[in-house]
Design a binder for this molecule. Sequence first.
Ligand SMILES: N=c1c2ncn([C@@H]3O[C@H](COP(=O)(O)OP(=O)(O)OP(=O)(O)O)[C@@H](O)[C@H]3O)c2ncn1[C@@H]1O[C@H](COP(=O)(O)O)[C@@H](O)[C@H]1O
Length: 108
Amino acid sequence: MDTLTRLETTIRQRIASADSGKSYVAQLHARGLPVIARKLGEEAVETVIAALSGSDEELTGEAADILFHLIVLLAEKGVPLADVLAELDRREGTSGLDEKASRAQQEG
Ligand SMILES: N=c1c2ncn([C@@H]3O[C@H](COP(=O)(O)OP(=O)(O)OP(=O)(O)O)[C@@H](O)[C@H]3O)c2ncn1[C@@H]1O[C@H](COP(=O)(O)O)[C@@H](O)[C@H]1O
């Protein structure tokens, strides 16, 4: 099992355990979706700041934080990480520029 899938399994177990005294994930779950979504937004901002003015080490840490909180958000919503990976697989090999051009054509 890869790192992100193992992390998703742990996160889902923590959400199910609902023991917020012992688990940060369970604590986030108890605080609810708006708090988790806000946390993801904060981590995104911190990642941008690290990219623009931080070290590679800081950016690595912030990138890990954002991936972690994204998987918490997906788990909270019941969206499997596998679905996101499948969507990326589906997009594989299609240039973003080609996709954008075909969208512009469809929109007239
Ligand atoms: N990968 C992570 C991980 N990355 C970051 N974090 C936590 O995410 C939080 C990041 O928030 P901040 O840096 O903003 O810190 P903060 O100000 O204390 O956060 P808030 O008070 O605002 O919520 C910190 O408490 C980090 O410890 C993580 N907590 C847990 N995991 C993984 O999740 C698993 C389950 O964790 P628990 O639910 O705590 O058992 C762990 O075994 C790890 O594998």
